[in-house]
Structures are given as C-alpha cells and as structure tokens.
Design a protein around this ligand. Sequence first.
Ligand code: PGA
Length: 242
Amino acid sequence: MFNIIVCKDYDEVSSEAFKVMRETLDKGNPVLGLATGSTPVGLYKKMIADHNSRGTSYKDIVTFNLDEYVGLPKDHEQSYYTFMHENLFNHIDINEENVNIPEGNTADPEAAAKAYEDKLKQYSVDLQVLGIGSDGHIAFNEPGTPFESETHITDLAEQTIQDNARFFDNDPSQVPTKAITQGLASIMRAKSILLIATGANKADAVYGMIKGEKTTDCPASILQDHESVYVILDEAAAAKIR
Ligand code: PGA
C-alpha cells in the first residue's frame, strides 16, 4: 500500500522523509536499509542534525546498503562505501562492524552476492530507504530483472550509465558497467519502505511504479504488492500521478 506525500521542494521532501525515519528510530535500534544517490542526501543531513541536537544514537543500529559498483576500490571517490561514509556514517556514532555494504571489489563477486544475501536474511529490515531510477529501477534492479531476484551481479542499463555519468566527469565511459545489488525479493522483505523521488526526470518512473501495470519493465512496480510504502515526492516527480 502506497502512502504518498507530495511536497513543494527538496527540503520539504527531506523533512517528510526524516519524519518517517524518526518514527522508526524512536522504536529503538531498528535495522535500517540505506540507499545511495543524490536523492537521500537531504534525509541523511537531517539524520546527522538530529544526532547532533537530540543525541539519537546509532551505536546499536545495523544497516544494510542496497548496492555497490563492481570493480571500484572501496576508497574510490565514487564507491558507495565512500558515499555512505562521507554523507552519513562519518557523522554519526555508528559501529563500523554494524555497517553492511555489498563487496564489489573482489575476485568472486558472485560469492560476495550470495554471502550478502545470506547475511541479510538473518535480519529483518525495519525501514528500507529507496530512490528510483529514471528507468524505474530500484537499487540496480534494471528493467527486466525478475521480481523473485535476490542479491546478484547485474549489468547497468545504458540509461543508468548516462544518468550516473554526472558523477564521473560527465564521461559515461568511466561509469562502471556492473554492480552488485540486492534483488527485488530482497527489498520486498523489508517491513516498511521509504521511497524518495524528486525532479521531472522521475515522473514517468513514479507513474509506472504507482499507476502502471505491474511489470518487470518497471521494476519499482513490484512495490504495488508491498503492504507499507511511503512515497515522498516533489511536485515535478508527482506530475504524472495527479
Ligand atoms: P538519484 O538515483 O537519487 O541519484 O537520482 C536514484 C536511483 O538511481 O535509484
């Protein structure tokens, strides 16, 4: 079931997303599913501000990230490991041993995917933060990914490579072509989902997710089957569902 909130701008989107996060945090030591990308940065800023002002502690909180590029060293400036540390983990009191991010820079990525899914299954994610790709992907589950997929290695869609080139000197040839990603079934196990999307380039994907047919052509449409999905949008991303 979708609970849709449309906001006037990015700051309001981040505030509304933080309200959902805070409710989860207030329940005490939740397992958090976290996402990278530009969209959740405002939410993470609000989590850091709340940690500083209210003293909300992450000491006993376990996190699982959705995905990581294959073949980038952990300390590469565009790795999701680096992104999460710069945008959140370095600014809160989380225990590094409670942080889980798929291992993309390994000789055997398939084995890393299996190990990640096995560990994820030992936990129950209370709240999964998600962005959405302009092609309807969630995590790196590109169009055509089976709904029953678990953590796996995938090729990035051409549209995703183009979308992400802005982080790689606007040069698509520098964007890694493969990623390790939680699958759609992995994501669907989360108790609640917090999907954030802003900007006109997300409007078609948001429409497909909420009002479109449930089809692997729009991977996010699987969320129609989830019992608790908060969708926080700005007006541009919501333009086609109104
Ligand atoms: P973005 O990415 O937040 O950088 O737009 C979202 C996604 O691809 O899931």
